[in-house]
Design a protein around this ligand. Structure first.
Ligand code: SF4
Length: 288
């Protein structure tokens, strides 16, 4: 049994920078709290805890003097609230997320109604919408939801995607809006890192040598789940958090295992999975 990695997988630039910023901060001996997981990966969260940077679920729970805002970003009002509580801010928001905040602000100023295609409970989407007048935007995931909107009220609409979505899956939704709104324009907000990981996942799925695919990432990571959905269209695919999740029975009769990982998965977790597969192959006497 051998492994084949996707041409592109794992940590994106935004997450890599967020991870480094927090580690640099901790290396100077500072303690802090991170609002929500710095990235959606349990191993990274454990690493941060060991460094003295704890995950909290609200600003009120922050008690170490510095609050870290994650790569997903936060509503602008959270910056004011943190300062009002006397907290210093370590902002690791990805620049692409800030671009969407800016573009949404400009669209609103032009009188456009905002549509965010994404999960209303995702922190990135909450960051975009929390401070807005609820009548100025919709968050939609399905065509059925879009069909319930009276689009005649919105002559101009700007469509944004949550950065980590698989755009293909939402084409029908975007077209539904475009067919009903005279001036509907899409903002190109799917992140290039996400696109590249998704394209490489398609390639891995189409690779005739690959029998089964492992998608490695945090259980709360939306982009990891999307990668798994892509891979599962082509081959048996399993979403795992790391080597301990491997089940030997998955690999009976398998010659080549494809590997990919979400944008919040550290490289060392992928290395550990590959090493565990090699050990598994040796234990059943197959060449690794
Ligand atoms: S996936 Fe893209 S938008 Fe999200 S943190 Fe990474 S680089 Fe930024």
């Amino acid at each position: 049994m051998r492994t084949k990695r996707a041409a592109k997988f794992g940590f994106c630039a935004g997450v890599r920078i967020a991870d480094q910023k927090v580690k640099k901060f901790a290396a100077k001996g500072h303690l802090g709290d991170i609002l929500g997981q710095v990235v959606h990966n349990e191993r990274v969260v454990e690493e941060m805890e060991e460094l003295g940077v704890h995950t909290v679920e609200s600003l009120e729970s922050a008690e170490r003097g510095t609050i870290v805002f994650s790569a997903h970003g936060v509503p602008p009002s959270f910056h004011q609230q943190a300062r009002a509580r006397g907290l210093s801010i370590l902002d690791t928001t990805c620049p692409f997320v800030y671009d969407i905040h800016d573009e949404a602000g400009s669209a609103l100023a032009r009188g456009e109604h905002l549509v965010f295609v994404g999960d209303p409970a995702h922190r990135e989407v909450i960051g975009y919408t929390h401070d807005l007048d609820p009548s100025s935007y919709h968050v939609l995931m399905t065509v059925a939801e879009a069909a319930r909107v009276d689009w005649s009220r919105y002559p101009k609409v700007r469509i944004f995607y949550q950065t980590t979505l698989n755009a293909d899956d939402f084409e029908e939704l975007a077209r539904h809006i475009e067919a009903r709104v005279p001036e509907a324009r899409r903002a190109d907000t799917i992140c290039y890192a996400t696109k590249q990981n998704q394209e490489a996942a398609h390639e891995l799925g189409r690779d005739p040598e690959v029998d089964l695919i492992l998608v490695i990432g945090g259980k709360r990571s939306a982009n990891t789940r999307h990668l798994w959905e892509i891979c599962a269209r082509y081959k048996p695919a399993h979403l795992i958090q790391g080597a301990p999740d491997l089940r030997p029975e998955w690999f009976e009769g398998v010659s080549t295992v494809g590997l990919t990982a979400g944008a919040s998965t550290p490289d060392y977790v992928v290395d550990e999975v590959e090493a565990a597969l090699a050990a598994l192959a040796r234990s059943v006497g197959s060449p690794a």
